[in-house]
Design a protein around this ligand. Structure first.
Ligand code: 13P
Length: 287
């Protein structure tokens, strides 16, 4: 049985296809931290967004590496998603630490005349194991459709990266009671074909909770994650083994409650991931 939908602790034994098994990043070696409901190991991921010059990014990465080496690792897998300019130096800093690297977006094509874009094989080459696709900040500010997000996720898989597929409703959609329908439509429209276990991570990020300090109640999160799990299981064979992260105003103060909800297999953390102590406290909150 595969217990990790994200980079496995022992790729040799993971049962993943060879190409993926050989490319996943190592994670912290701990047996605890499995989600009771799904048996998945939790993943706490830091999306740095468009923040950090080299000095700040490296200071943050070094602080996380120092904590990982200090002998009290959290009971979860860890990953950071720096801006594209910092991927290669942060990859160097993280080497051997057990903390995985991810990018924030990729192009759907593997190469070509796309000025300013970055292709998934380039991210792989820079040391990434993951790439975020379909973040609401891109869906909204760059008008990305489900079909485009699906093409990006497909490109990520082709390059041997694990897509972190973001979905989530707006405030207006929740207020009119359309959140389950919106999220199911985004999920089903953005999922690539033929995924095997360990090849996708889903992140539920309600748009109204991002950067606002507002979070859904544990009950609302539980209902949505159960809904996503059902839809994922119906849509893909590996649906039961895909981690579903919660994202949106996760802080040290609310992480334990959110991470204790059934089917919450980790967190995608924005603002709070820019502070090493706070990010670490969130990771330490994994039940
Ligand atoms: P905040 O944690 O800053 O609300 O951002 C969440 C997010 O968008 C992570 O991708």
């Amino acid at each position: 049985m595969i217990v990790t939908g994200h980079p496995p602790r022992n790729p040799q034994k993971s049962g993943l296809p060879g190409r993926l098994a050989s490319t996943v990043a190592p994670v912290l070696e701990r047996a605890e931290g499995l989600d009771e409901e799904s048996g998945l190991r939790k993943l706490v991921a830091g999306n740095w967004k468009m923040n950090g010059l080299k000095a700040e990014g490296l200071t943050l990465a070094r602080a996380l590496v120092a904590r990982a080496a200090a002998g009290d690792p959290p009971d979860c897998a860890l990953a950071v998603f720096p801006p594209a300019t910092l991927l290669m130096p942060v990859a160097e800093t993280l080497r051997g630490s057990g903390i995985a690297l991810g990018a924030q977006d990729c192009h759907a094509e593997a190469s070509g005349a796309h000025t300013g874009d970055v292709a998934a094989p380039m991210l792989k080459d820079a040391g990434c194991a993951y790439v975020i696709v379909g973040h609401s900040e891109r869906r909204i500010a760059h008008g990305e459709s489900d079909a485009e997000v699906c093409a990006k996720a497909t490109a990520a898989r082709r390059a041997g990266l694990i897509p972190v597929l973001c979905i989530g409703e707006s405030l207006a959609e929740r207020e009119r009671g359309a959140e389950l329908e919106v999220v199911a439509r985004q999920l089903e429209g953005s999922l690539p074909e033929g995924l095997a276990a360990g090849e996708i991570v889903v992140a539920y990020e309600p748009v109204w909770a991002i950067g606002t300090g507002r979070t859904p109640t544990a009950e609302q999160v539980g209902a949505m994650h159960a809904h996503i799990r059902r839809r994922l299981t119906a849509a893909i064979k590996a649906g039961a083994e895909a981690p579903i992260l919660y994202g949106g105003s996760v802080k040290a103060g609310n992480a334990r409650e959110l991470l204790s909800v059934a089917n919450v297999n980790g967190a995608l953390v924005g603002g709070a991931s820019l502070n090493a102590a706070e990010f670490w406290a969130i990771a330490q909150s994994c039940p």
